[in-house]
Design a binder for this molecule. Structure first.
Ligand code: ZN
Length: 499
């Protein structure tokens, strides 16, 4: 009995064992077979889709710019990973132009990576495409794509390529449109670009002279790759085309004041220039301010917080001064200014442009986190006294909106661009209107030493000092200014802390 039972049990064990092994084998064969089949099925259109195994993820989201969607494609294929981001719209011609470029970039990369894989090279590649949207008051968007490709081994390559779209009309512009196809203007432009290249400190030691001549010859094709904003006309060149050892493709930006006479009407600066100095109104500055501010605020004491002039008798013994910075944030200058202020434990007020807060939300956040007061300086820097109440209100509301959205804090004061203010502007502002009494004219002289001179000669107790956190010279001169004011016994306050 015992023997039989044991034999029977071992018989069943054998059977179970065999079944298990057979099942596993079948499963393994099946798996191998189906994987091969999938690979085989995928290979015919490999050049379009890309390798099989890991999935490609495609995502579409709305951008911050009306009419532009962001398409993101990512592949985690270890042999050819990529992350590609590009704009699309409702306009077919634009979409196809961008897609053609993207598909070409992708194909170039995948071909090289496939070749590397065949050669048995370690997977060590990456393709990244990202883009930014630069706006212009004409309604044109410059969509600037930056492509970085690494295919293993040597350093990668970078390329910048711009596309243009007016999302409302579908129109795309070329450099010929900006200059009205005028050959004379092209010649002038090419000289300006050459000059800017030769003056660019970052390129200084790396320029290839003949190549500069060559690349800036008056030929439309040299200037096709451009972007236009309300501040500048920007040209992108090929990496290594005329400068060696410079990180990335050279970017040459001409300030709008320099090129405005070359541009056809609708691409010139917006028509809300101040009356007296049409030339000054086109730049990002408070230039016409004195003239503008004086009629509204008494010139002897144009400082206003809310609707009350500041003329308190000087009871307290503490001297106060409020430093204010307009037209930012700027990724470079603003951060330098924050650092310098911190060194002196000084709090200041930043009157920001909504459009720039949208571009540089991280910088706006840094300003807020450093404890400075946040001011609204409109969205686009227009003269608000020259537009309808609704439009003006919108400039201000939109700016307060983005400031709160990115910093989590509210803008507490408002400074009108150019200091141009009237009853209507005060009414729609919804915030205390703050001007200034010390104009450093930093936007004009761009001179760190002169900044200090201006402050020395004009500052008194309870002064509000106007500067701009978009000029390198201002960041450079600030340390000396703070040092001087501190030695003079001034305490640094924000404009709302000024009593
Ligand atoms: Zn301004």
């Amino acid at each position: 009995m015992k023997k039989t039972a044991r034999r029977r049990r071992s018989f069943w064990i054998d059977v179970t064992f065999s079944i298990t092994i057979i099942t596993l084998t079948v499963a393994a064969i099946y798996l191998i077979f189906t994987t091969h089949k999938q690979e085989a099925a995928a290979s015919p259109d490999k050049q379009k889709k890309k390798a099989t195994a890991p999935p490609t993820i495609i995502e579409t989201i709305d951008s911050n710019y009306p009419g532009i969607k962001i398409i993101t494609e990512t592949s985690n294929d270890p042999f050819a990973p990529y992350a590609i981001q590009y704009p699309q719209s409702i306009h077919t011609a634009f979409n196809e132009e961008v897609l053609t470029y993207i598909n070409q970039a992708k194909a170039n990369y995948l071909v090289i990576m496939k070749e590397n894989k065949k050669l048995g090279m370690e997977p060590d590649g990456e393709l990244n495409v990202s883009f930014e949207t630069l706006t212009h008051h004409s309604g044109n968007y410059s969509l600037v794509l930056m492509t970085n490709m690494f295919t293993g081994g040597k350093a990668g390559t970078s390329e910048i390529r711009s596309f243009h779209l007016n999302p409302r009309t579908g129109e795309s512009i070329a450099i010929t449109d900006l200059l009205g196809g005028n050959q004379k203007r092209l010649e002038k432009l090419s000289l300006l670009v050459k000059e800017a290249i030769l003056e660019d400190a970052a390129l200084e030691n790396y320029l290839k002279q003949e190549a500069v001549e060559q690349q800036t010859k008056e030929d439309w094709s040299h200037f096709q790759n451009f972007a236009i904003t309300d501040q500048s006309l920007i040209f992108y060149f090929k990496e290594d085309s005329f400068a060696t050892r410079v990180a990335g493709p050279p970017v040459i930006a001409l300030p709008v004041e320099k090129v405005k006479h070359l541009l056809v009407n609708r691409f010139q600066a917006r028509a809300v220039e101040p009356v007296k100095e049409p030339s000054a109104g086109e730049q990002q500055s408070e230039s016409p301010v004195d003239e503008q501010a004086v009629p509204e605020e008494e010139s002897s004491n144009p400082v206003a917080v809310g609707n009350e002039a500041v003329n308190e008798p000087e009871e307290s013994t503490v001297k106060k001064v409020a430093l204010t910075f307009d037209d930012g944030p700027d990724p470079k200058v603003t951060t330098q200014i924050i650092d310098t202020l911190q060194k002196y434990d000084a709090k200041a007020t930043f009157f920001m442009l909504g459009s720039r807060v949208e571009y540089y939300p991280e910088i706006a956040k840094q300003v807020a986190e450093a404890g400075h007061e946040l001011g609204n300086h409109s969205w686009h820097h227009p003269d608000l006294t020259k537009m309808g109440a609704e439009k003006a209100r919108n400039e201000i509301l939109r700016t307060s909106g983005i400031i709160e959205e990115v910093t989590g804090k509210k803008a507490t004061v408002f400074r009108p661009p150019y200091g141009a203010v009237n009853k209507q502007v005060r009414n729609v502002a919804g915030l205390p209107v703050v001007l200034w009494d010390v104009d450093t004219l930093d936007w004009k002289h761009r001179d760190a030493d002169l900044l200090l001179e201006k402050v020395k000669s004009l500052t008194k107790d309870r002064s509000i000092i106007l500067m701009h956190d978009i000029h390198q010279s201002t960041a450079q001169g600030l340390d000396a200014v703070l040092d001087y004011l501190q030695n003079e016994g001034y305490v640094f306050v924000t404009v709302s802390e000024m009593d």
